[in-house]
Design a protein around this ligand. Structure first.
Ligand SMILES: Cc1cc2nc3c(=O)[nH]c(=O)nc-3n(C[C@H](O)[C@H](O)[C@H](O)COP(=O)(O)O)c2cc1C
Length: 389
């Protein structure tokens, strides 16, 4: 099945695809994997969070058993020492594409999304079409790609390249994605001459099982939203009002509506998903006390290094995020009792978010806690189905 331009059909158009199953959930539930040292939190408070494969594999299996819909890995390229500080924040990291490929062989149901910088190095759309078809085959149609264009000049230079202007990158990513989708859809050899890439008699088989893999991008800019409207199934949004949850809830309805309207203009339905960092304890006071301990143990050198790195980039979506909350991290933060967490998750749903991708400070025990105390309340509140779809 292809569209008028020969691009493979969206996985959401196949009722039996894993992605269609996920779309039946009232609120999509994903887990951000800490494949980089320090996870999202530049804090020295002791915890189990670990970038190693075995730790992430155990988290993924547990998330699958708890009924999560997806896991997701980010990709960052750091120099020696990572972003600095005592912890050498994020110096160690696993590549998410290779990691989720390995995870696909040890899981059965959960979607696996990996970030790829499609404009770094000599990636060709044919690489991604072939590698993507391969992981789609291994995983039974459970793979998705988070297409990122590289907001950081330093990262671009690591590949011997130069930093390409923001909107031009999205123009390039558009052509890249277009070619990949055509390769996934083509039933004959494909020859074409694009503005940035060309192909001669290229062909990819096996084909992805359900049209094409899930396409994702993370954005808050007009050019990124325009790209999403044409290609993405899921759009990772950030709060235009920064990390504070109540401020986020005030501005997200308009933000979500604008993104979805951009999709509708192209005849497509976009789903938005946001990344809350959740600190949950039995009572609000306990959660706040733990939050305070995380902040008091801030790795100041790491925060400074990370903020300097982000400021040197041109990511529009993070412009409103300050520095002080980085000891915990995440796009938005929810700190409190299970009831408080549910209240804010209901708020996110009412604000038009179709999903959340949660991160934790201390992943293994916090995921356990979330499964025990929050998930049952999510079902009661109608945010999750009682049975996996
Ligand atoms: C949930 C989420 C995950 C992201 N993961 C990555 C990543 O792994 N690597 C990366 O370079 N950028 C990542 N980004 C940043 C985006 O690629 C992009 O630069 C940012 O969202 C700003 O886009 P904009 O300038 O179109 O608003 C991520 C953003 C979000 C919200």
């Amino acid at each position: 099945m292809t569209d008028d331009l020969g691009r493979a059909a969206e996985p959401g158009q196949f009722p039996g695809s894993p992605f269609s199953g996920v779309l039946r959930q009232p609120l999509i539930l994903g887990l951000f994997l800490p494949v980089q040292s320090g996870g999202w939190s530049a804090s020295l408070l002791p915890r189990t969070t670990d970038w190693r494969f075995d730790y992430n594999a155990a988290l993924t299996r547990r998330a699958e058993a708890l009924g999560f819909d997806l896991v997701f890995g980010l990709a960052q390229w750091t120099s020696k020492g990572g972003y600095g500080g005592t912890s050498k924040y994020r110096e160690d990291s696993l590549d998410p594409f290779i990691t989720v490929t390995a995870l696909s062989a040890i899981t059965e149901r959960i979607l696996l999304i990996s970030t790829i910088h499609v404009l770094f190095g000599p990636w060709h759309p044919l690489h991604i079409a072939k590698f993507g078809a391969t992981i789609d085959h291994i995983s039974g149609g459970r793979w998705g790609i988070n297409v990122v264009t590289g907001y950081s000049p330093r990262e671009a230079r690591m590949f011997g390249g130069r930093h390409i202007e923001h909107d031009r990158r999205y123009e390039m990513a558009g052509e890249f994605s277009d070619i990949v989708c055509r390769l996934w859809g083509a039933t004959e050899d494909l020859t074409l001459q694009g503005k940035f890439w060309s192909l001669e008699n290229a062909f990819v088989t096996p084909k992805p099982r359900y049209g094409r893999p899930v396409l994702v991008n993370a954005t808050g800019s007009p050019a990124g939203i325009d790209y999403a409207a044409t290609y993405s199934d899921l759009v990772f949004i950030t709060s235009p009002a920064g990390h504070e949850i109540d401020a986020a809830l005030r501005v997200l309805p308009a933000h979500n509506a604008a993104i979805k309207a951009a999709g509708v203009e192209r005849g497509r339905q976009l789903r938005t998903i946001i990344n809350p960092m959740i600190v949950c304890r039995e009572t609000d006071r306990e959660a706040q006390r733990y939050h305070r301990a995380i902040l008091d143990a801030a790795d100041r050198g790491a925060i400074e290094g990370f903020v300097t790195h982000q400021r040197a980039g041109d990511a529009v979506a993070w412009k409103a995020h300050g520095d002080e909350h980085r000891a915990l991290g995440g796009n938005i933060q929810i700190v409190g009792s299970p009831e408080h967490v549910i209240d804010k998750l209901l708020g996110l749903k009412q604000a038009g978010c179709d999903g959340i991708q949660v991160a934790f400070f201390d992943f293994a025990p916090d995921l356990e806690c979330f499964g025990e105390a929050v998930l049952p309340l999510m079902r009661q509140a109608g945010l999750r189905l009682n049975e996996a779809p």
